[in-house]
Ligand binder design. Structure first.
Ligand code: GLN
Length: 446
């Protein structure tokens, strides 16, 4: 824990991954834990971890990257934070993110722009940019992120680390500041696959505080790291190697498939025909859910409150006008529009129907194949400022990750080569609740 704080002190002035540190409390916890007999210590015991700032931590400021939550000190821990403690991990600070997890570069944070440790002129990806950058910089060995449309996998890919978006329902969302409740999942970001498997095991499981958490067994993911992938059947969607995906990203996937073939797996081209509607479907549904979820930030209950107002209505309006950033306002407006009486059938309902088609695409491929493999992102990390002026180019970055959230299936990004001196990611997608097979394949590269 002390070493993590030293490293943060040395590097975070440049990387800017952390929003808050709780050094005093963490050092005290570490000291107390020294008393625990070695025989009672699990594999993660005593290790420091960083937590994305949309996951609530008792007594430690939680802003979700937004000005509207400035000064909000939660009175309870998220279920995952409690589970981290039970596994012996020490939460040492909160990690920067795009405001309310809306973005792909961490440039939408109200506080600071996190930099990619491989090249400080580039973005770390987003929205869990702080989570990925802190692990890549070696400030912490592990972090937690959240993924609604790619926010764990895309930054993991940009920063050359391992990031898992678990099956929807695998990990409790209790204490996760909601963006789009039907898509959000918390997951681990680590330097290798084994750590990732250990950490997911620690945070998984049904939770009485989250009715969407699933009552399914949590297997020992580490036990699946056998190195044996003989007979594994891989589907490679032609849409994931089509136009719009960079040559380097395509080549790195083809190279990875050769490695898997040499280990006894086979692969074939498959199709996810509705994935071309993924982006449109995602932005309608996620913005609709966000417009509802973000209604609670009214200046009364949490964090920031506008001053010099004349009436209650004025207080709401001014707090939200001053407290939310541009991207968040854009989504609230889009979502409110899509849910309004005149537009509901044409947009929201239609998007829900297309979501079902996208899910069925995955179901069909998984009838014949064990995993689906493709790139995580079309290109490596872009430059700070390069895409921030144009929301549509920014959104297009997530075309390969979004369908996975819409279908609710798990997906991981692992490092897979370089382009322009920057890391590229390989995405491995599995069946519902079959993270074990994903880890088995991912580990085969290590
Ligand atoms: N970049 C996508 C968005 O802006 C995904 C974000 C996420 O997964 N939280 O919505």
């Amino acid at each position: 824990t002390a070493e993590a704080y030293n490293r943060i002190e040395a590097l975070d002035g440049d990387v800017k991954a952390f929003l808050a540190l709780n050094k005093e409390q963490a050092m005290k916890q570490a000291e107390e834990m020294d008393q625990v007999p070695v025989s009672e210590r699990g594999p993660l015991f005593g290790l420091p971890i960083g937590v994305k700032d949309n996951i609530v931590t008792e007594g430690l400021e939680t802003t979700s990257g937004s000005k509207i939550l400035q000064g909000f000190n939660p009175i309870y821990d998220a279920t995952v934070v409690r589970k981290l403690r039970e596994a012996g991990l020490i939460t040492i600070g909160k990690l920067n993110m795009d405001e309310f997890a809306m973005g792909s570069s961490t440039e939408n944070s109200a506080y600071k722009i996190t930099r990619n440790p491989w090249d400080l002129d580039r973005v770390p990806g987003g929205s869990s940019g702080g989570s990925a950058a802190s692990v890549a910089a070696g400030e912490v060995p592990f972090s937690l992120g959240s993924d609604t449309g790619g926010s764990i996998r895309q930054p993991a890919s940009f920063c050359g680390v391992v990031g898992m978006k678990p099956t929807y329902g695998r990990v409790s969302r209790f204490g996760l500041v909601a963006f789009a409740s039907s898509l959000d999942q918390i997951g681990p970001i680590t330097r290798n696959v084994r750590d990732n498997a250990l950490l997911l095991e620690a945070i998984s499981g049904v939770d009485e505080h989250d009715t969407t958490s699933a009552n399914v067994d949590v297997p020992s993911f580490v036990e699946s790291l056998t190195g044996d992938i003989k007979g594994l059947r891989i589907g490679v969607p032609k849409e994931y190697l089509g136009d719009g995906v960079g040559a380097a990203a395509k080549q790195s996937v083809l190279d990875a498939l050769k490695v898997l073939e040499s280990l006894g797996a086979t692969w074939e081209e498959v199709s996810l025909p509705h994935s071309k509607y993924g982006l449109a479907t995602y932005y309608l549904l996620s913005s609709s859910e966000a417009s509802s979820n973000l209604a609670r930030f009214d200046g009364i209950r949490y964090g920031f409150r506008a001053e010099n107002v004349e009436s209650l209505m004025d207080l709401y309006k001014e707090t939200r006008a001053q407290g939310f950033g541009d991207e968040v306002k854009r989504r609230i407006m889009l979502g409110t529009f899509a849910l309004s009486a005149g537009s509901y059938d044409a947009y929201y309902k239609k998007a829900q129907q297309v979501r079902t088609l996208i899910k069925q695409d995955f179901d069909q491929v998984f009838e014949k194949y064990d995993v689906i493999i493709g790139p995580t992102t079309p290109t490596p990390a872009f430059k700070v400022g390069e895409k921030n002026e144009d929301p549509l180019t920014m959104y297009a970055n997530d075309i390969l990750t979004i369908p996975v959230n819409l279908a609710g299936v798990p997906g991981i990004s692992i490092p897979c080569g370089f382009s322009e001196g920057m890391p590229l990611g390989l995405q491995i997608i599995g069946k519902h609740f079959d993270e074990a097979t994903i880890y088995r394949v991912a580990h085969a590269f290590e």
